[in-house]
Write a protein that binds this ligand. Structure first.
Ligand SMILES: O=C(O)[C@H](O)[C@@H](O)[C@H](O)[C@H](O)COP(=O)(O)O
Length: 260
């Protein structure tokens, strides 16, 4: 378990730009050393803000887009192309503007796909896709993600793991169906904490006043069932990327100012 490291930026725009620059470097380094990179995207305003900043970044095409595997931490279980789907929003923010290898863009199933209303079967199919991509060093469950990004909800949820609900309690499966999510839509697919913790690095994105309480709770030693963000950590790095507003309830001793 890696102890959370915090970086606080002046505002949400700078946080998105700095996080995008950080992601470019991480991907370029992974591709230089291992020939490819594997990144897990998140939905939400902060996640999409990072993708939009990446699309506009001058160094964007230092990334070899054809050697990048993209996965999702969660997805709203809606029809293909629905504007509320995380993959739809990611395509609009970045993916449609870069030459990705379509075979390496691993979107989660849609509700009008082969599984229909059976979100559990859809989750199992995504778990099987992850297992297929896992190398021998991964003990057969999920590939070693270079970076797994997570937006943080005001209730401290990450992905579609909401406080006290069954999905955050899952200790075996890597992907589960979610019903009755408090954040609409109610039916979702989500990676579980064991899958999240397989990542080399987990980056939690929290910008805006509405995340201040969640950041303070998650970073104050709260339990992962009550505060799922507290259970999201990487094998070698856990990085909280915040803006000043989201960091406003944190003890000042927790972080040096990254930008005045
Ligand atoms: O499907 C989703 O809604 C996201 O994956 C979710 O986990 C999101 O990242 C958080 O709710 C933060 O969202 P905001 O950045 O919009 O606050």
């Amino acid at each position: 378990m890696s102890v959370p490291q915090l970086v606080v930026h002046r505002d949400k725009e700078l946080m998105a730009q700095a996080a995008a620059a950080r992601l470019i470097t991480k991907i370029v380094d992974a591709q230089a050393s291992r020939g490819s990179a594997s990144v897990v995207l998140t939905g939400g305003r902060n996640g999409n803000g990072l993708l939009a900043a990446l699309a506009a970044a001058p160094a964007r095409d230092a990334i070899d887009w054809g050697r990048l595997d993209l996965w999702w931490g969660d997805e709203r279980y809606l029809p293909e192309g629905d504007p509320e789907r995380n993959v739809t929003q990611a395509r609009a923010a970045l993916l449609d503007a870069v030459p990705l290898d379509p075979e390496r863009v691993h979107a989660m199933p849609a509700s009008d796909g082969p599984f229909g209303a059976d979100v559990e079967a859809a989750a199992e199919a995504y778990a099987a896709e992850l297992a297929k991509a896992a190398g021998p060093e991964n003990h057969g469950s999920v590939p070693t993600f270079d970076v797994l990004m997570l937006g943080v909800g005001p209730d401290t949820h990450v992905a579609s793991l909401f406080p006290e609900l069954p999905a955050v309690r899952e200790t075996e499966r890597t992907v589960v169906g979610v019903h009755g999510a408090p954040k609409p839509p109610p039916t979702r697919i989500s990676l579980t904490l064991p899958a999240i913790r397989a990542a080399r690095e987990v980056w939690l994105l929290a910008a805006g006043e509405d995340k201040a309480e969640a950041a303070a709770i998650a970073l104050s030693g709260a339990g992962e069932i009550q505060a799922p963000a507290a259970g999201a950590y990487g094998r070698s790095r856990t990085l909280w990327l915040l803006d000043s507003a989201a960091a406003s309830q944190l003890p000042r001793s927790l972080y040096p100012p990254a930008s005045p």
